[in-house]
Design a protein. Structure first.
Length: 173
């Protein structure tokens, strides 16, 4: 009898949530109150699923800042899963994919395909504007999501939280 590939899944995954937003950073630097409903949703869902939130980081929509931060997390081993919210659209300031894609050793095209398919049920054909993607770098899962709270919730609830332990088990061997 074949062993169930969902048995003995790791339950100790550490997540880092990165939010890319010039608006939030601007308000934060001035000491003004800001609303980060996407980051709040991600943190709540990660903790609610029983995983550990290692860090929550705010970054500008800048290729070098994003690449450096994600690369540092990947190299340090401080997280098993990195979730980046924001910068995956088609606007001029949407540079998350360009920043992170060169760091990935393996791309998981099924993530973006499934995310856009599920998004279609909510936002219709606008889902084609999402360049959400996922991959693995040095044993760390990396997910790039739109900045909207609904997109973050959808991706985490339907894909990332249920599947991350299975993916971690596969690449850990």
């Amino acid at each position: 009898m074949a062993k169930d590939h969902h048995s003995d899944l790791p339950k100790d995954l550490k997540f880092t949530v990165i939010v890319t937003s010039d608006t939030i950073l601007s308000k934060k630097s001035r000491g003004e109150p800001f609303n980060d409903s996407s980051g709040d949703a991600a943190e709540s869902l990660v903790k609610g699923a029983g995983f550990f939130l290692a860090d929550r980081i705010y970054l500008p929509n800048d290729v070098q800042s994003i690449r450096t931060a994600v690369g540092s997390i990947i190299s340090s081993g401080s997280a098993d899963v990195v979730v980046v919210s924001g910068g995956t659209g088609v606007g001029r300031k949407d540079v998350t994919v360009e920043a992170v894609a060169p760091l990935l050793e393996k791309v998981l095209p099924g993530f973006g395909e499934l995310f856009r398919r599920l998004s279609y049920d909510t936002v219709g054909t606008s889902s084609i504007a999402s360049r959400s993607m996922a991959g693995i770098a040095k044993g760390v899962l990396v997910f790039l999501l739109p900045g909207s709270p609904d997109a973050v919730r959808l991706a985490l609830e339907k894909i990332i939280l249920p599947e991350s332990p299975h993916l971690a088990k596969m690449f850990r061997g």
